[in-house]
Design a protein around this ligand. Structure first.
Ligand code: 5GP
Ligand code: ZN
Length: 135
């Protein structure tokens, strides 16, 4: 695995994922341990660890992709809102050291922790297909 990085391996198709969007620079897929139904991660294909280490050029295309995918998630799932999360460093809760933005759909108000996103694998594929076709 390149860099020993799980997200580089996902972007390269070496590790399977439920893909929702891909272009030349960007890859987006369902989080395997979702906070809510339709929780998506958006990453650049080029490896960098965090916000500071990512080039301005990559960040620009990444942010535009986050908007595009968030719009698709909203259209596909009809969520009332969504949170964008981006953790930098272990102290901030970052567990995968390849920059990623979380898109967490919200279906009701209240603390994020109470939105149960646990899904069966078959449901994840259905969700991914729904989002893919809305982008
Ligand atoms: P962080 O805490 O670093 O901001 O978030 C990392 C996220 O990546 C977590 O929400 C975790 O569930 C997700 N994740 C970790 N490994 C994998 C994986 O192999 N596949 C997928 N789809 N998500 C992963
Ligand atoms: Zn990586």
């Amino acid at each position: 695995m390149k860099n020993n990085c799980v997200f580089c391996a996902i972007a390269a198709g070496e590790i399977p994922s439920f893909k929702v969007f891909e272009d030349e620079n960007i890859f987006a897929f369902l989080d395997i341990n979702p906070f809510s139904k339709g929780h998506v991660l958006v990453i650049p294909k080029e490896h960098s660890a965090n916000l500071i280490e990512t080039s301005d050029e990559t960040l620009s295309s990444l942010m535009v992709a986050v908007k595009k995918v968030a719009l698709g998630v909203k259209k596909a799932l009809g969520c009332a809102g969504f949170n964008i999360l981006q953790n930098n460093g272990e102290a901030a809760g970052q567990t995968v050291m390849h920059i990623h933005f979380h898109i967490v759909p919200r279906y009701s108000s209240g603390p994020i922790i109470f939105e149960n996103g646990k899904c069966e694998m078959s449901e994840l594929e259905e969700l991914a297909a729904k989002i893919r076709s809305s982008i």
